[in-house]
Design a protein around this ligand. Structure first.
Ligand code: ADP
Length: 554
């Protein structure tokens, strides 16, 4: 812009200066021509008087360097000429100024030389004796003048050009400087050209609009980021080159990414083969989903290609947490398999004995023994079915069971009493200590917790051992503690004994009538009461299981 302004000013200044010089020259030339002509007239008048008085003698000693003097007779013949010999001169009657002077008393004319480089001014005056006196003077024409002044003209042109360049430079700078120093961040604070105020106001309003729009966008983006980041579902967006465009916290955690992976290749940050398989299918334009195991959790991963025409422009990966569903399905599968297995064994055994008896293969003396076995197996079956029913009831959240104020000690007393025959036949001293402790709970479930723990303390004990039940009243919790001096549980089994059908020693459990569901029922019933279970056990010395019921939170 500075260059354009500079060039324009340069050209304009040079043109104006040049025009001014030419016009000035013309005006001056005219002025001097007029002056010269007036002088010519005065000189002619003076010479006419001289000739009228002195006749031809007047010309003697006359200085005619400046002017040419010609004296013409009435017939046009030249009587005197200051420059030429009169005998060689032609008749002057037809000369314009002379002709006019003969007719009107005075005449004038201007004539150019053949080269147009010179111009002659003529003034003629008729004398009283009828003759005509003419004076003429030569002057250079404008081209001749210019030609003659070529050297000073060159210097003038150079000065004009230098002046134009300097002026143009200064002017263009002074024009552009305020534009360059405009503060577009704060357009209205600029003090420059008034002509720019409209533009600056427009810029200011557009800036405000832009800021409003970008703030709005930023707010929306922040909101979206917050929502996406706080989602339990993972989201990853990839471009066509498999670079990560966006990833939320859940997805980062799942892939074990600690730093910001935006812009990185997904294959470099994720080594999960199952996921890579999904990605390669999505790249082929096929939407695929799969349940993938990430450490302890299961996620259903959806890989959807984002298509632009025929081309896959990106991939959206969605991770849905299906751990609970997967685990419960797995548990259900295991439970069904375990139940079938647990039911099949006693049923086979019952069927076998019954068959022996029905076909008469069994000896009469074995009948009582077989009937007892059938009875034992049937009791086990009934116990198993009871436990399964209880457990499934607990799985449903103990619907329909009423909570009420109960005395834990009274419940423990009843459980101990009902187990006394078993304890006696096992040679275990079963005792109860403690005090009345009241809490709000479901009596049937509290009863089954105490019963199962006491039952185990008797079952997995040794002859002559002890099983002690204690009920204590804590400030915020009611504590049930069942301590035995039994066989104990190895540390690696301690966490697992609360799983369904888990038994440390299957044959021993079966021998003592266990179903493998007792502690599962205890765990679920405790959970419904928000109670905490603690277990400590030493092999060969005994086990203590403590259940702490919060009094307020039940
Ligand atoms: P079961 O019906 O077999 O007793 P439980 O769920 O009550 O099933 O117990 C699971 C397993 O935990 C038992 O088979 C047993 O091996 C072990 N167990 C439970 N209580 C005790 C205890 N007090 N002492 C030793 N082992 C125990």
């Amino acid at each position: 812009m500075t260059k354009r302004i500079f060039h324009s000013i340069c050209i304009a200044a040079a043109a104006v200066l040049a025009a001014a010089v030419v016009l000035f020259l013309c005006v001056l030339y005219n002025y001097f021509s007029e002056t010269q002509f007036s002088q010519l007239k005065v000189q002619t008048d003076m010479a006419a008087q001289g000739v009228s008085i002195a006749g031809e003698d007047y010309f003697n000693g006359l200085d005619t360097k400046k002017y040419r003097v010609t004296w013409v007779d009435e017939d046009g013949s030249v009587l005197y000429d200051s420059r030429s010999d009169t005998s060689d001169m032609e008749n002057h009657m037809e000369r314009e100024e002379i002709k006019t002077a003969f007719e009107t008393g005075q005449g004038e004319s201007k004539r150019y030389s053949s080269t147009l480089m010179e111009r002659s001014l003529y003034y003629a005056k008729r004398l009283k004796d009828g003759t005509v006196l003419r004076l003429s003077v030569s002057q250079n024409t404008v081209p001749a003048l210019l030609l003659g002044m070529s050297y000073p003209m060159c210097i003038i042109i150079i000065i004009i050009l230098i002046l134009s360049v300097v002026l143009a430079k200064r002017l263009s700078k002074s024009i552009v400087n305020p534009l360059n120093s405009l503060d577009l961040e704060r357009p209205l604070e600029n003090e420059g050209y008034d002509e720019l105020s409209l533009l600056l106001r427009r810029i200011d309003s557009q800036q405000k609009e832009l800021k409003y729009q970008s703030d709005k966008l930023q707010r929306k983006k922040n909101e979206l980021d917050t929502v996406v980041d706080s989602m339990n579902e993972g989201i990853i967006l990839l471009n066509s080159r498999n670079q990560i465009l966006s990833i939320n916290h859940t997805a980062s955690n799942l892939l074990g990414i600690s730093s910001d992976p935006v812009g990185e290749d997904i294959y470099e940050v994720c080594r999960n083969l199952a996921l890579q398989e999904l990605l390669s299918k999505a790249q082929d334009g096929v939407r695929t989903e799969k349940i993938i195991d990430f450490a302890d959790s299961y996620y259903q991963v959806d890989a959807s290609p984002i298509c632009s025409g025929e081309r896959v422009a990106g991939i959206a990966l969605l991770f849905f947490d299906v751990t609970e569903k997967e685990k419960s399905e797995q548990m259900l599968r295991e439970f069904t398999a375990n139940v079938s297995h647990e039911l099949k064994t006693p049923l086979h055994s019952i069927m076998g004995y019954a068959e022996l008896m029905a076909k008469g293969i069994a000896k009469p003396e074995d009948y009582v023994r077989f009937a007892e076995r059938i009875h034992t197996e049937t009791r086990r079956l009934v116990q198993l079915v009871d436990d399964i029913i209880n457990l499934s009831h607990l799985d449903e959240g103990a619907v329909g069971m009423q909570r009420e104020e109960v005395n834990l000690y009274t419940l423990a007393k009843a459980a101990v009493k009902s187990l006394e025959p078993e304890a006696e036949s096992a040679g275990v001293a079963l005792s109860l200590e403690g005090e009345d402790v009241f809490l709000t709970g479901i009596p049937q479930l509290l009863q089954s917790i105490i019963y199962n723990l006491c039952d185990n303390a008797v079952k997995y004990n040794r002859r002559g051992g002890k099983a002690e039940v204690e009920i204590t009243d804590g400030a915020a919790e009611a504590v049930l503690s069942v301590r035995d001096t039994g066989i104990g549980i190895l540390p690696e089994h301690q966490n697992r004994i609360f799983e369904r059908f888990y038994r440390v020693d299957k044959s021993h459990s079966k021998a003592v009538g266990g179903t493998g569901l007792g502690l599962s029922i205890v765990k679920h019933a405790a959970k419904i009461h928000n109670a905490k279970i603690e277990l400590s056990s030493v092999m060969g010395e005994g086990t203590t299981i403590t259940v702490k019921f919060p009094k307020n939170k039940i």
